[in-house]
Design a binder for this molecule. Structure first.
Ligand code: BGC
Length: 461
């Protein structure tokens, strides 16, 4: 297991000072080494785990915001993902750098060594059909705009950087989309939006198109979103999700070769590992799976889920070499309320309640969770089958507004972000556990950043 090294400070400072580097580095030899005949587009051999032996890109936009927070300098050099969450983000929005500028800065940060550039591709038609806070700019039927104005321009820019053999572009493809087609289309968890996206097929069409276009670029590693343990860990969701992912990755011109792996826990809060109880434990003969918290799930943390799901995906036809990522940006659950050992063996609920480090009210809670902390720092190859722990959701960026805020990004108001909300069937009708006074999703939420820092686990020194 190797801790992901921050990029060379010198190269980074130079890149920041130089500002826009486009043009100077767009073609020919660059800091990642000369382009040669062997590096011709389409001929690059992908490595098994792109994170192994590589630095990871530090997003200067996030880094500056983190550094401006009291105490934030301690983590401001950590790599976080770049989010392309709307068409305008590709060129840059004034507040945020565009894709080309990020890639040029990435070449500078690389300082001649391998570097992973993490980018979230997130603008499907009818986006996030069960979480209104992350609805997007494209209507449910706007698949043509998704192809022509979003994926094609991204692919065209990335192709300009294909020649840099040591630049490894990890794309996080369309979080929360396919899992919603499994769990939120029937029964009491159904939403009309998810039923519409299942019926019109545009999630599957969009994701498969993205995989095919981006997967055709030699230095791109596609990681498809695979929810999290508290979503797909139940038998009823597990197999059907893997099946849908395989169908998607083999339709519309895509193939399993376009998939480097999957990511779990993106922008979520579930622990990587529950250290003080195992899903196989029993208390007085009663399996912990029967506890109210676990509620028959097969998994109680994201790492065991990711490893189990990886095997299922391979069984369904994905390449045995696929690797998993875990978003550990906000799943640390440190601070004074963190358990320090297993709970009492009096009954199964008492045991699980006192053992679990997951501090949420329910595993279906996802918005600005109160009490959360920064999780494991980005790390390459931390465990078998896991390519990396990565910070994909930039800590300090809100999951959604706690009350309705008018905006032009298509973002709705989701009651799961209101601390007073008492829940729905998707979170077992529990309180939302959300922090108050939160801004729009993606906007800087200083109070949350401060809490994440204070409750970090491992602690931030
Ligand atoms: C928002 C995006 C934002 C991302 C990262 C998502 O929930 O919808 O606009 O870029 O979070 O903070």
């Amino acid at each position: 297991m190797s801790r992901i090294r921050p990029p060379h400070r010198r190269a980074r400072r130079a890149a920041l000072a130089a500002g826009v580097l486009a043009g100077a580095l767009a073609v020919g030899a660059g800091p990642l080494g000369p382009a040669s005949a062997a590096d011709a587009p389409g001929t690059l051999a992908r490595v098994d785990n792109p994170y192994e032996g590589a630095q990871v890109y530090v997003n200067p936009d996030w880094s500056a915001r983190a550094a401006a927070e009291p105490g934030g300098a301690a983590v401001a050099d950590e790599p976080t993902a770049v989010w392309l969450d709307r068409i305008a983000a590709i060129e840059g929005t004034g507040e945020a750098m565009g894709l080309r500028e990020h890639l040029d800065t990435a070449l500078e940060q690389a300082g001649g060594e391998p570097l992973v550039f993490q980018v979230v591709v997130y603008d499907l038609p009818g986006r996030d059909c069960a979480a209104l806070a992350s609805n997007g700019e494209l209507g449910p039927d706007e698949i043509d705009r998704y192809r022509d104005e979003f994926i094609d321009p991204i692919a065209s820019i990335l192709r300009d950087y294909e020649q840099y053999e040591n630049l490894r572009v990890a794309t996080i493809v369309e979080i929360d989309s396919l899992p919603n087609l499994v769990t939120n289309v029937s029964g009491d968890t159904a939403t009309a939006n998810c039923q519409e996206m299942l019926a019109n097929g545009n999630y599957v069409t969009g994701v498969s198109y993205a995989l095919a276009q981006l997967g055709a670029i030699g230095n791109v590693y596609n990681y498809v979103d695979a929810g999290h343990f508290g979503w797909l860990g139940w038998d009823s969701n597990f197999g059907p999700s893997a099946d849908l992912f395989h169908q998607t990755a083999t339709s519309n011109g895509a193939s399993v070769d376009d998939v480097a792996g999957f990511i779990v826990n993106t922008a979520n809060y579930g622990p990587t590992v529950e250290p003080y109880y195992s899903i196989d434990d029993t208390v007085n003969g009663t399996p912990v799976r029967q506890s109210e918290w676990v509620d028959w799930n097969q998994y109680n943390d994201n790492q065991s889920f990711a490893q189990g799901f990886r095997e299922e995906l391979v069984r369904q036809g994905f390449d045995p070499g696929i690797g998993m990522l875990i978003d550990t940006s906000r799943n640390g659950w440190g601070g004074p309320d963190r358990p320090t050992g297993p709970g009492p063996m009096t009954d199964v609920n008492a045991y699980v309640e006192a053992s679990r480090t997951d501090g949420r009210i329910h595993t279906g809670n996802w918005c600005n969770q109160s009490g959360a902390g920064l999780g494991e720092r980005p790390t390459a190859a931390p465990a078998p089958g896991i390519d990396a722990y990565a910070w994909i959701k930039p800590p300090g960026e809100s999951d959604g507004a706690s009350e309705e805020i008018p905006n032009d990004e298509g973002k709705g108001f989701d009651e799961m972000c209101d601390p007073a909300y008492q829940g729905n069937p998707r979170n077992g009708n529990n309180p939302s556990g959300a922090l108050p006074d939160a801004p729009l999703s993606g906007d800087w939420f200083s109070a949350q950043f401060q809490e994440l820092l204070a409750n970090a686990y491992p602690p931030v020194s």
